[in-house]
Design a protein around this ligand. Structure first.
Ligand code: AP5
Ligand code: MG
Length: 230
């Protein structure tokens, strides 16, 4: 089971890199932010609860987030592995993930930190447009869609996220960077932390992540199933 964690501050490029990684490794993306936004859209009680925190730029409490993640990991398409985008975000979440994976005789294979300075994060979030269907990120300057207002990947409508307003962007930085440091320490201690320079263009970051995965011996799910030669 391949479990790759994408780590990074808000706006670092996790959601941009996740589909590229999913294609490369043949495993699904599990993005807690996208799951929360879907719950808000569907008007569920959990979505209404989560929305209060998201609109304030705060982390949704661990209890709600861990339950959401474990439910998702229990679905059949996650059996060969997952790319985790935006989870874990606290030490408690990281420990819950370790416990769940240990129960499946698995562990996080790599935690890839996409490292970007704060000024650049603000610039990236301020110009972001994401799609209704899957949350695929675009940027009005750095990766404009081929047709204005339309997702390059699935053709759905693009919109600006409610939490990409300047005041909420600042709140997310203030509230969340401390917890990110805790998660970075967790994976540094377990020896799976890998850092890539997120200040490069999208293609450069993807290449750096690919090299990192090769170094960590993480191969596509299909390749894991092939009998070894000889
Ligand atoms: P979530 O949706 O996960 O948001 P986030 O972590 O704040 O990260 P973003 O989605 O803002 O950034 P990203 O790293 O995906 O960057 P992107 O690829 O879009 O979470 C939202 C909220 O849900 C949280 O605030 C919290 O309330 C709650 N939540 C979620 N998970 C939780 C958890 N585990 N625990 C508790 N609460 C949780 O890129 C940004 C922009 O930059 C785009 O416009 C893109 O086109 C552009 N870009 C990307 N890469 C590059 C590049 N290399 N060069 C130039 N531009 C680039
Ligand atoms: Mg994202």
């Amino acid at each position: 089971m391949n479990v790759v964690v994408l780590l990074g501050a808000p706006g670092a490029g996790k959601g941009t890199q996740a589909p590229l990684l999913a294609t490369r490794l043949g495993i699904p993306i599990v993005a807690t932010g996208d799951l929360f936004r879907a719950a808000v859209r569907d008007g569920t009680a959990m979505g209404q609860d989560a929305r209060r925190y998201m609109d304030a730029g705060q982390l949704v409490p661990d209890e709600i987030t861990v339950r959401l993640l474990l439910d998702r990991l229990g679905r059949p398409d996650a059996a060969a592995g997952v790319i985790l985008d935006g989870f874990p975000r606290t030490g408690v979440q990281a420990a819950a993930l370790d416990r769940e994976l240990a129960g499946r005789d698995a562990r996080v294979g790599a935690a890839i930190l996409v490292d970007v300075p704060i000024d650049e994060l603000v610039r990236r979030m301020s110009g972001r447009w994401v799609c209704r269907a899957a949350g695929h990120p675009h940027h009005e300057t750095f990766s404009p869609p081929q047709v204005v207002g339309v997702c390059d990947l699935d053709g759905s409508e693009l919109y600006q996220r409610a939490d990409d307003r300047p005041a909420t962007i600042r709140a997310r930085m203030d509230q969340q960077l401390g917890a990110l440091a805790e998660v970075i320490d967790h994976y540094r201690s377990s020896g799976v932390l890998r850092t890539v320079d997120g200040l490069q263009g999208i293609g450069g970051v993807a290449e750096a992540i690919g090299t990192t995965l090769d170094d960590a011996g993480i191969r596509p799910a299909d390749a894991l199933k092939e009998p070894s030669a000889g």
